[in-house]
Design a protein around this ligand. Structure first.
Ligand code: PLP
Length: 440
């Protein structure tokens, strides 16, 4: 059973040198939690410049879906790089972009013909969807949710409802974005319990918001993460999305599913919306779409994506190398990795639920597929978030060679590459067990 191998103090001498050098030149706005320097990656494993080997359960923030440097992805990148690196798909044609658009439409959950807009990142995909919703409806208001993360460009940031530091000093943002409580049943905004609550969060939008400050006929879109990502890997009840969909249909509001983090197989389905059996109007994608090449996409039925030439575009969006990497990625997802995400996710959550028996600070275990999290609390009754404990566990895991990331106020997310094996999950659980029991 392969395990992490830490042979120097961390950071080691070469890593420490790089971190100091980086500090001289790289923007201090980045949020590096622990001092990992990644020199090379293969599958689940990251090697630092001092030869320490880490097991990666963060996957470059849920990006390296097929593992680091999957040979088939590397081959596709190499092949395309020797043929054509850039041409700009906004002004010219090349086969990689058309082929990927056709593939994304084919795997998408839309029941009618659709088209694809390409971007370079998640925020850019959200930005494009924001503009598309306004363009299509000619309406000024947009709704998003507390806890949502949609990116950091001005439009995407306006939809984001995550941390105040992300917004401090950046107002005025894009106007007419209203936030509503998400269906976070572990920490219900209304102090109610599902299903007795009868989806109070939806009722509030329908009966309060739409009758007081927001005329529903003026709402262009509701942006919603099928499962909230940065907000804490929060899985809402199926009914949440179903009732929200009904509401949007009633008023002609576009339902934008932000699948930047939950899409591309991570949840055990190609798109998380399939778990909820709800067909949205627009889907945004990025992160896992191209195994680490910068690419984002917006998919929408052709009656919605009907904007004319010049209304939106990007020089680099749909870069040929990124598109070929994405085609290779989707091929791997369809041939076993989505299924693996489902099975390994079950194994992981079973193991985490067992850990809950011996660690009183694990308040909640939740997720779908390999979009799984644990939330730490000071007490199971009070449910008081315990971020200091979470941060310490993430740090300790690093020193044991396990790469994790936090999310939400006091949760740890497990977002490994979808190639993760049964043994890898066992190794991760054993390391966590040791860390948590040492703290008990
Ligand atoms: C759901 C969601 N939307 C949008 C984004 C923004 O993506 P990017 O960081 O590529 O701009 C993220 C990033 O975490 C995300 O999780």
């Amino acid at each position: 059973m392969r395990k992490p191998k830490i042979k120097t103090e961390l950071p080691g001498p070469k890593a420490a040198q790089l971190i100091n050098y980086d500090g001289l030149y790289v923007s201090p706005s980045y949020t590096r939690g622990y001092p990992l320097v990644a020199e090379s990656g293969k599958g689940m494993w990251i090697t630092d410049p001092d030869g320490n080997v880490f097991m990666d359960f963060a996957a470059g923030i849920a990006v390296c879906s097929t593992g680091h440097c999957h040979p088939k992805v590397v081959k596709a990148i190499r092949r395309q790089a020797s043929k054509l690196i850039h041409m700009s798909g906004t002004d010219f044609y090349y086969s990689a972009q058309s082929a990927l658009a056709a593939k994304l439409v084919a795997v998408s959950p839309f029941s009618r013909p659709a088209k694809v807009y390409f971007s370079n990142s998640g925020a850019e995909a959200v930005e494009a969807a924001f503009k598309l919703a306004r363009w299509r409806t000619k309406r000024p208001i947009n709704i998003a949710f507390y806890g949502a993360f949609h990116g950091r460009t001005m439009g995407a940031l306006s939809l984001t409802g995550s941390k105040e530091i992300q917004k401090r000093h950046y107002y005025p943002l894009v106007p007419h974005v209203i936030h509503a409580p998400y269906a976070d049943c572990y920490r219900c905004h209304y102090n109610m319990k599902y299903p007795e609550c009868d989806m109070e969060c939806i009722r509030w939008i329908a009966d309060e918001l739409f009758h007081t400050i927001v005329p529903p006929e003026q709402v262009a879109s509701i942006f919603v993460e099928p499962i909230q990502g940065e907000g804490g890997y929060i899985v809402p009840p199926v009914e949440f999305h179903k009732r929200l969909r009904e509401l949007t249909q009633k008023y002609g509001i576009l339902y934008v599913a932000d699948e930047v983090q939950s899409g591309m197989g991570r949840t055990g389905e190609m798109f998380a919306m399939e778990i909820f059996d709800v067909e949205p109007d627009i889907i945004t994608l990025a992160k896992g779409i191209a195994s680490g090449m910068p690419l984002g996409a917006v998919i929408a039925p052709i009656d919605i994506m009907s904007w004319p030439p010049g209304s939106h575009a990007s020089t680099f969006g749909g870069n040929p190398i990124a598109c070929e990497a994405s085609l290779a990625t989707i091929d791997l997802l369809e041939n076993g990795l989505i299924e693996n995400a489902h099975c390994r996710g079950l194994q992981l959550r079973q193991g985490l639920i067992k850990l809950q028996d011996t660690c009183e600070w694990i308040g909640d275990v939740r997720g779908e597929g390999l979009m799984t999290a644990i939330e730490f609390v000071e007490g199971r009754e009070s449910k008081k978030p315990f971020p200091e404990f979470r941060d310490k566990v993430v740090d300790d895991a690093f020193y044991e060679g396990l790469l994790l990331l936090g999310c939400g106020k006091s949760s740890i997310r497990f977002s490994p590459p979808l190639i993760v094996s049964k043994n890898d999950i066992d190794v991760c659980l054993n390391i966590l067990d040791e860390i948590l029991n040492a703290k008990n």
